[in-house]
Design a protein around this ligand. Structure first.
Ligand code: ATP
Ligand code: MG
Length: 267
């Protein structure tokens, strides 16, 4: 999965990243789903450890164009985990009260606590993405934000939070199919919004904005991954595998019991 990692300060050209890539999985969907089931079992075990140890924390940031599958990733990858240790926070259009503050004000209270995994469905990155594309603040204002964001994430990692950031990368053609499916299927049409069509018209501007985010804010301790997401099974497998590998590298362990348990008998 290392091939999807954005190394710090690399120039990212998204047009050269294939959203249909399935990495080493030539076997296709069937093999991929079997592998996902195995990875999920390991993830469940690792989350138990994380929760029990009540020390390290994990923040997962999901960013993507509409229909790329932020919701699906949350359901499939994180759904099987113990909900006591998982939080999901979605960041929508800011409320008037949120707009009265700096853009990180609404974010900080929701970062994970000890032993927790928090998933950000959209994030502070919207403040250099949608805000940039729509010119909601002047350029000199959003330009400064890359530095704030890197520093903010540095604060979190310095204090014991591990951060993973995923850009779910779909092609414009795949988005067309998914939007058409939303229109045609009454179980999906509630998700359709005319605003999605307007955003779709701005595709090249969004790609430029994402490229700059990837280039400026991927850090060794808060890396970005560009996940090929035209195939949902591969998207889920890639995210699950990277989260699994990251938890494994954290060398988690169950806490020692408070007292010596030798010889204790439960009557
Ligand atoms: P779904 O996949 O269900 O459509 P969604 O994340 O797209 O989920 P919506 O309610 O459709 O949810 O859209 C949220 C909108 O809020 C997005 O268009 C996003 O760009 C916008 N948004 C998020 N953060 C900000 C921000 N800081 N400033 C302006 N707009 C924002
Ligand atoms: Mg939407």
């Amino acid at each position: 999965m290392k091939r999807f990692l954005v190394r710090p300060r690399t120039k990212m050209d998204l047009s050269r990243q294939n959203p249909r890539d399935t990495g080493p999985f030539n076997g296709g969907k069937k093999e991929g789903l079997a592998q996902l089931a195995r990875v999920t079992e390991e993830l469940v075990e690792l989350q138990r450890l994380l929760y029990a140890e009540h020390g390290p924390r994990l923040l997962v940031v999901l960013q993507a164009m509409d229909t790329a599958g932020k919701d699906g990733t949350i359901r499939h990858v994180f759904g099987p985990l113990n909900p006591q240790g998982v939080q999901v926070r979605s960041f929508k259009k800011p409320t008037p009260r949120e707009l009265d503050h700096d853009y990180l004000w609404r974010v900080h209270p929701f970062v994970p606590g000890r032993g927790e995994i928090t998933i950000f469905n959209r994030s502070h990155y919207e403040d250099v993405l949608v805000v940039r594309v729509h010119g909601l603040v002047p350029e000199e204002v959003w330009r400064r934000r890359y530095r704030h964001i890197v520093e903010f994430e540095r604060l979190l990692t310095d204090e014991g939070t591990t951060i993973l950031k995923f850009f779910l990368h779909i092609s414009k053609e795949e988005q067309k199919e998914r939007l058409e499916a939303r229109l045609a299927d009454p179980t999906k049409s509630w998700k359709f919004s005319n605003a999605d069509l307007a955003e779709r018209q701005l595709w090249p501007d969004y790609m430029t904005a994402y490229e700059e985010v990837l280039n400026r804010t991927s850090a060794r301790l808060a890396p970005w991954y560009v996940i090929p997401s035209d195939r949902k099974w591969f998207r889920n497998l890639a995210v699950a595998t990277i989260v699994r590998d990251t938890l494994q590298s954290m060398k988690l362990h169950y806490p020692e019991p408070d007292e010596d348990l030798d010889g204790i008998v439960v009557e």
